[in-house]
Design a binder for this molecule. Sequence first.
Ligand code: NAD
Length: 294
Amino acid sequence: MATIGFIGLGNMGFPMSRNLLRGGHRVVGYDIAAPARERFAAAGGEVRLGVAEVVREADVVCTSLPGPVEVEEVYLGPGGVAETGRAGQLAIELSTIGPTLGRRVASTLAEKSVGFVGAPVSGGVEGAEVATLTIMAGGSAESFARAEPLFGLLGKNIFHVGEDPGAGYIVKLLNNFFIGFYTEAVAEALALADLLGFDKEKLFQILNVSYGRSGIYQRNYELFIAKERYEPGFALGLLLKDLALARSMAEELGARLPIFERLLEVYRQSVEADFGTRDMAAQYLYVKSLQGGA
Ligand code: NAD
């Protein structure tokens, strides 16, 4: 069994690293946050206190980090994977970043003959826990083949999107483009249902078998709004980060996406109003807060 390094042991990284442990691998891990390291140690992981320490021991390095700033630092910064990695290692990058950064990391690692698969995931913390994630991977056929057995421990629907290390990120950002629209639609429709005095549970039972249904309606309503619980899950701040990444991708092509621009503005306002650390389902609470006297 391989020694796997895991950097970023948060809401997604922790359950993924635990599934690698359950698959019989030795996992050495690092997170800047002490509680995340402690939880990982309690699950049988071996804690290390820096990126270089993890890379030194690992055959394969996995990362699940908040976004592009942290991915750039962990891979390309001082003491990062590019500096400390060695020929023959493989990096599997599971965070949501833009395709351009994915390609830049891949080409920097290639200079040291370190392989790279850009493999963002979908399916939430629930999917990470029970290993049913969808994984959208971009990278060479050889790197993908090496990563595939590990993907099998993390997810259910595994796609080799293409040889381009940015390919998986393109699919992921388009997925989250939909999530942004659906989450706002659920928030506004349910806030309106409240104003109408209509029972949200009854509404869900009917719409969940009508064309108003969506995976996001089901997730945001059943797991969060119905339970009045908004701990992430997937934080609104991370959704805003992904929508901003989608906008950068669109801007590079001069795309005109009129409603999307407005949507970004609405999420920016909800994050400014302090909803950023709550699950994205809390967009419903933000929309409710806009209603005078409701
Ligand atoms: P998170 O904030 O819970 O976890 C990220 C972890 O990285 C944190 O524990 C943080 O302390 C750690 N970290 C930050 N900087 C670090 C550094 N320099 N070195 C080591 N550790 C560092 O976020 P998450 O929800 O687990 O999301 C991780 C990634 O997966 C994000 O890119 C997110 O967009 C993506 N994602 C999340 C979900 C979800 O439902 N939560 C679903 C699909 C994809």
